[in-house]
Design a protein around this ligand. Structure first.
Ligand SMILES: *Cc1c(COP(=O)(O)O)cnc(C)c1O
Length: 416
């Protein structure tokens, strides 16, 4: 019986690894080595020719192992497996999500270019765009969920350099309110500003829903980025990142990675290989728990408003985007308690099972206060615009028993 197109979850334990190359070990060992021994000088020469792009790889030729800043089995197997979820041609993994994001921005933007980005962005990304890219003469202009194409295009025109638009950077669902950006709209804008000599690329930070519940590449996005620290790693014990896309674009990213030297190490690669085996069961349990928690919150008298994709109403313009590009509501919930900072803090300080910490996507549930923690750096007017108020609490729902989570949230809300 032949079965093609095995699902990613069936392949996460074996894909890309040959036990016969590692003494029959069923698991890929940690290749904790800096360099690799060539069988002959001729082989070393052949490996370098391919690695440095001096000739095309032969049809059956695999890029030989040279040096762990260029390649390493734990990284290569991880990259092959990660590519399966998003249906990407290739992937490059990094020692952090920020390393993946900044390397991609540095590779595709040149001095004088204009960058369009969605608001709000992860704090580190926002800082890099506003404080670091400007040092290299790269300017940026923002847009918001729900804005029309005309509004966004007018804002690009108003910069005085619409011909310089080179890159669109998007985060959706946005942290912390789950606001959605339409990929199709981004593609239309990118195409409008692309010329035959200069293509405007789109990258999306898919950390919040991916790699299970949103596949941006099939919606016209060029590069998908992850903080693998979150759902992919999933155990709050590793920092890592990834960039995925076409072979041609990821080759450019990988070459810059080689020279910045910010690739993930073998130990990080091995930890993520282990995490990927349970990615689907973890994310499904987290999503199922989150749906129950959201239903509980929305009916609770001490809760004013709940931001969760599973609660979007059909008459909400966001609902159409959700149906088009998201496969599940995921496990990130934000909500307004009745009151302000005092009430939000009382809730956070009284949680017993759920931990008070930033980060997200891990097996354990986490709670935090965006206005004074993850989003403290957002300007006051912008906070208002984005509904990041004093009464807002963010939850990352874990794999615990749903009734236990609801009990914990309920008893902490009773203290308000
Ligand atoms: C955590 C996070 C990042 C940064 O990733 P690191 O792995 O911490 O470098 C980027 N984007 C989003 C949405 C994140 O949650």
């Amino acid at each position: 019986m032949e079965k093609k197109n095995l699902k990613p979850e069936s392949l996460m334990m074996s894909y890309g690894y040959k036990p016969s190359l590692s003494e029959g070990a069923i698991k890929c060992p940690i290749f904790q080595t800096s360099t690799f021994v060539f069988k002959s000088a001729e082989e070393g020469k052949a490996f370098f020719e391919v690695a440095y792009g001096l000739r095309e790889k032969g049809a059956t030729e695999e890029l030989g192992l040279i040096y762990s800043r260029i390649n390493n089995p734990d990284l290569e197997i991880l990259e092959n497996r990660l590519s399966l979820w998003d249906g990407a041609e290739d992937c490059a993994v990094f020692e952090s999500g920020m390393a993946a994001i900044t390397t991609v921005l540095l590779e595709f933007l040149y001095p004088g270019d204009l960058l369009l980005y969605s608001c709000p962005l992860y704090g580190g990304t926002d800082h890099f765009i506003k404080k670091v890219l400007v040092k290299y003469g790269i300017e940026s202009v923002e847009f918001y969920a729900g804005e029309s194409k005309e509004t966004i295009i007018n804002r690009i025109q108003a910069t005085g350099k619409p011909d310089k638009l080179a890159f669109i950077y998007v985060e959706t669902p946005a942290n912390p309110t789950n606001a959605l950006i339409d990929f199709e709209l981004c593609r239309e804008i990118a195409d409008e500003f692309s010329t035959t000599e200069k293509k405007c690329y789109i990258a999306v930070d898919n950390t919040y829903l991916g790699p299970l519940y949103q596949h941006p590449l099939i919606h016209g996005v060029d590069i998908v980025l992850y903080s693998a620290t979150k759902y992919i790693g999933g155990h709050s014990d590793v920092i890592a990142g990834a960039a995925l896309g076409s072979a041609a674009l990821i080759l450019r990213v990988r070459v810059l990675r080689t020279f910045l030297g910010n690739m993930a190490g073998p130990w990080t690669g091995w930890l993520l290989l282990r995490s990927l085996e349970t990615l689907k069961v973890r994310m499904e349990q987290q999503m199922n728990n989150a749906q129950k928690v959201a239903e509980f919150l929305v009916r609770h008298p001490k809760v004013e408003k709940v931001y969760y994709l599973g609660l979007l109403k059909e008459n909400d313009p966001q609902y159409a985007i959700y149906k088009k590009q998201c496969l599940s509501p995921g496990a990130m919930i934000s909500f307004d308690v009745k009151g302000g900072e005092n009430e939000a803090f009382t809730f956070l300080n009284n949680l017993k099972l759920i931990k008070l910490a930033v980060s997200l996507g891990s097996t354990e549930s986490l709670a935090e206060h965006p206005a004074t923690m993850t989003h403290i750096d957002v300007a006051p007017e912008e906070k208002k615009l984005l509904s990041i108020t004093e009464k807002l609490v963010r939850l990352s729902v874990g794999v615990e028993n749903a009734d236990d989570l609801i009990w914990d949230i309920g008893q902490a809300l009773e203290k308000l």
